[in-house]
Write a protein that binds this ligand. Structure first.
Ligand code: NAD
Ligand code: MG
Length: 390
């Protein structure tokens, strides 16, 4: 029986994975090693009981007593703290889904790779902040990384049986998020509630706001660069409001292979769960006749400066991914807390990148977690200082 672990089980992606695992047969079909979550320990305990997990881990130490109480009588072990999230290492699993949000997903992801299992990666920040380190760790141990971000799963699927050498470019689509059709001058007044509404996907709040600012797509362009080894000149973003085509691979012979599907994360999670097989999934097939038409537009970089920053970060290389990611996390925290405006996020990130570029060692990719965390801390401070400097 295959053993599985879900990091970030209580989030949006984690809930979709739980739904899939339960429908596929739950504890009769998989041996669940560990489930991890944050403050929602009641839900975490419920999931751990349903899947008969060996251990449930909350990232928040102050939630441990509550988690223990919720697991009482189940025989399921409880643990707490970031270290405990990473250290399920004493308990390897064949397949681990990383569905934690933010750079916090990197340490447990690296732990999984060190042991050589399969890492199904929804946590795009792992590759954005530390792509070269993560990919070389996987090569050293023979660990496999399977993309779960829908666009990257789409590229991965479109590339099966194909040769990357003949690829002219890869296109990932973007819905345009909450403010696609807003007048530009209104963006500065956008509220957190307005930015938290996604037209097509039901996701966690942070990635939903990142979709409105296109920082989500910026991260995804870098993620595609790191995972598939494509330069910025071979990566394109296309605005596609219906989110039906997720990505498209265009070959030098003029042919393009696109991946289409309903905007439902259970497809990409289920594909990674069953890979290299395909299994039936509870995802409805597309009805293109009912949809009638699909539309496309080139992204406007005045509206979405994050796309330019992603391209520049790929060209800069070195620590730029770690800096862009962490500065974005800080700017997003500041926007959510009401300290800066929606349109301040990109300038704050750009400021952090400019400051970092003046530092010694910026041109070298971080070689270990400590170096990533160094740039992460630097970038958060620089992005926070932008408020004072602006
Ligand atoms: P979410 O906020 O809904 O859930 C995040 C999960 O991580 C929760 O279980 C939370 O408890 C846990 N968590 C949060 N902070 C943590 C920390 N510091 N340490 C340990 N655990 C922590 O997020 P989400 O929308 O499910 O997204 C998860 C990841 O998947 C993100 O990297 C996101 O970019 C990516 N992703 C999400 C979707 C989607 O449809 N939601 C699609 C593609 C990619
Ligand atoms: Mg995506």
């Amino acid at each position: 029986m295959r053993s599985i672990t879900v990091l970030g089980a209580t989030g949006s992606v984690g809930e979709s994975a739980f739904d899939l695992l339960m429908r596929a047969g739950g504890p009769g079909r998989f041996r669940t090693v560990a489930l991890t979550g944050g403050a929602n320990v009641l839900r975490l305990a419920q999931m751990a009981r349903a899947l008969r997990a060996e251990i449930a881990v909350t990232a928040w130490p102050q939630c441990l007593d509550q988690l223990r109480a919720a697991l009482a009588g189940s025989g399921i072990e409880a643990a707490a703290g970031p270290q405990a999230v990473a250290e399920r290492r004493a308990r390897p699993a064949d397949w681990t889904l990383s569905a934690i949000v933010g750079a916090a997903g990197l340490p447990p992801g690296l732990e999984v790779l060190a042991r050589g299992g399969t890492l199904a990666l929804a946590n795009k920040e792992t590759l954005v902040a530390a792509g070269p380190l993560v990919m070389s760790r996987a090569r050293e141990t023979g660990a496999r990384i399977l993309p779960v971000d829908s666009e990257h799963s789409a590229i991965f699927q479109a590339l099966q049986g194909e040769n990357l050498e003949t690829v002219e470019h890869v296109t990932i689509t973007a819905s345009g998020g909450a403010f696609r059709d807003w007048p530009l001058e209104r963006l500065a007044q956008a509220t957190v509630a307005e930015a938290s509404r996604h037209p097509n996907w039901d996701m966690g709040q942070r990635i939903t706001i990142d979709s409105a600012s296109m920082f989500n797509k910026a991260l995804e362009v870098i993620e595609a660069h790191e995972f598939f080894g494509l330069g910025a000149e071979r990566l394109r973003v296309l605005v596609h409001p219906q989110s039906i085509i997720h990505a498209m691979v265009t070959h030098r012979d003029g042919g393009s292979i696109a991946h289409l599907g309903a905007p439902d994360m259970r497809h990409a999670i289920g594909y990674a769960l069953n890979w290299p097989e395909r299994a039936a999934l509870p995802v409805p097939a597309l009805d293109l006749a009912a949809l009638g038409s699909l539309s496309f537009a080139a992204p406007d970089e005045a509206r979405w400066p994050a796309l330019r920053l992603a391209r520049e970060a790929i060209q800069a290389g070195g620590a730029a991914g770690a800096v862009l990611n962490a500065a974005k996390e800080q700017a997003l925290d500041d926007f959510i807390a009401g300290r800066i405006r929606f349109t301040d996020m990109a300038p704050a990130v750009e400021h952090a990148l400019e400051q970092a570029a003046r530092e010694a060692g910026f041109g070298q990719s971080p070689r270990d977690l400590a170096q990533v965390l160094h740039w992460d801390g630097f970038a958060r401070r620089a992005a926070a200082q932008w408020r004072g400097a602006a």
